[in-house]
Write a protein that binds this ligand. Structure first.
Ligand SMILES: *Cc1c(COP(=O)(O)O)cnc(C)c1O
Length: 377
């Protein structure tokens, strides 16, 4: 049994997006005769809601050199799904199971002296060397060793005999903002750190800094690896644009389960916020905020029915929304597209995000666990 509301995940679009990004960054090496950047495919948060197991396997098959996830548990889930590609864990090592890094062959991010001690102890216990990526905080002020304090913090990293710092990385705070100066400052700090590390006894082979927006912004930040997330899923971080041939990976569809008429003056849903100004027809769709539809979509969002854009009216309920389908002759069983294409119309993630004043990242990430993901190979 499958509920009427389903998410379609197009794995061939995903692989094509991966290939487009890989080809795009490889263009630089042809121009400048440097080693082509590899791609670290970001599949954190259940692959931005698309389903980490299938997405991880598809990206490995497409040629991703590394996958990246948020924490050890996500990395273990990828291994259990059969992913054999190297996996980088971005997050801080908190209370989670550090031994899982070693038993499941994950690459941790080294982001504090405390992490160095914890990882060194775990690697020594397992009598092995542990490859790590060193994270430098160049201005995001979140995770990572402060860029301006390394003479004090690096000795502990150097002394950790079982740790191999194979890469150094940082993350930009404003790469989607073409006028903000912080990205340039962060880049300068990162380059200064990279130049100083060998003198501190650390010689990482690789450098990486660029998530989706930075990849589009400036090829000087591609270094040895790029780290796309959003772009892989066919979504371009606003306000940026690209000529890359990206295809949306996610579709969200449902079916009309009931149609009903409204007399003038009648209202719809909790709070009675939508009032019929003329005789109207409404369609009930079985997807609500428990499925990840934002409550702010009421009165702002749209859906596609019979090839037409129709407004979401009333209130977004836990399990239902209501559409104004007046004049369309809609019937129970009609296909409803919340994200995707129907006829000549299309609703993409960026449109839905803009309608409710949020970032596109939030839309796929919030699609609920109650929604079945159906994978097109
Ligand atoms: C999430 C994340 C990315 C990917 O970001 P996108 O904007 O989705 O491309 C890259 N690097 C780090 C450290 C991240 O946390």
């Amino acid at each position: 049994m499958i509920r009427p509301t389903v998410a379609h995940v197009d794995l061939s679009a995903l692989r094509a997006n991966f290939a487009a990004i890989a080809e795009y960054v490889q263009g630089r090496s042809e121009r400048s005769r440097t080693r082509p950047p590899g791609v670290i495919a970001v599949v954190k948060a259940n692959a931005y809601g698309h389903g980490a197991s299938r997405v991880g396997l598809a990206l490995a098959e497409a040629g991703a050199q590394l996958l990246a996830c948020a924490d050890i548990e996500e990395g273990i889930a990828l291994r259990r799904a059969g992913v054999e590609t190297p996996i980088l864990v971005f997050g801080a090592l908190g209370v989670s199971d550090v031994d899982g890094l070693l038993t499941h062959d994950l690459i941790p991010t080294l982001s504090s002296p405390m992490a160095a001690r914890t990882l060194q102890a775990a690697a020594a216990r397992h009598r092995c060397r542990l490859a790590c990526h060193l994270k430098i905080d160049t201005g995001m002020n979140r995770l990572g060793f402060r860029h301006d304090n390394l003479t004090r913090t690096m000795p502990e990293v150097v002394a950790a005999a079982n740790l191999d710092v194979v890469a150094v990385y940082t993350h930009f705070a404003t790469s989607d903002d073409p006028v903000h100066g912080l990205m340039t400052l962060q880049l300068a700090r990162f380059e200064r750190v990279c130049a100083a590390l060998p003198g501190l006894g650390i010689r990482p082979r690789y450098r990486h800094t660029a998530a989706s927006a930075a990849i589009l912004r400036d090829e000087r930040v591609w270094f040895d690896f790029v780290r796309p997330g959003l772009l892989l899923y066919g979504i371009v971080p606003p306000p940026l644009s690209t000529t890359l041939p990206l295809r949306p990976v996610l579709g969200l569809e449902s079916r009309v389960v009931a149609i009903k008429g409204l007399r003038v003056g009648e209202t719809v849903g909790y709070g009675g916020r939508f009032r019929a100004e003329h005789p109207s027809e409404i369609a009930v769709v079985p997807a609500g905020y428990a499925d990840g539809l934002d409550t702010r979509l009421a009165g702002r969002g749209v859906a596609l029915v019979r090839g037409r854009r129709v407004p979401i009216v009333g209130s977004v309920c836990m399990d239902m929304i209501v559409l104004d389908v007046t004049g369309l002759g809609a019937a129970p069983g009609d296909e409803v597209v919340l994200l995707g294409t129907q006829g000549d119309e299309r609703i993409d993630v960026c449109e839905m995000a803009a309608a409710i004043d949020t970032i596109p990242y939030e839309i796929p990430c919030r699609i609920g666990s109650r929604i079945e993901r159906i994978y097109n190979p």
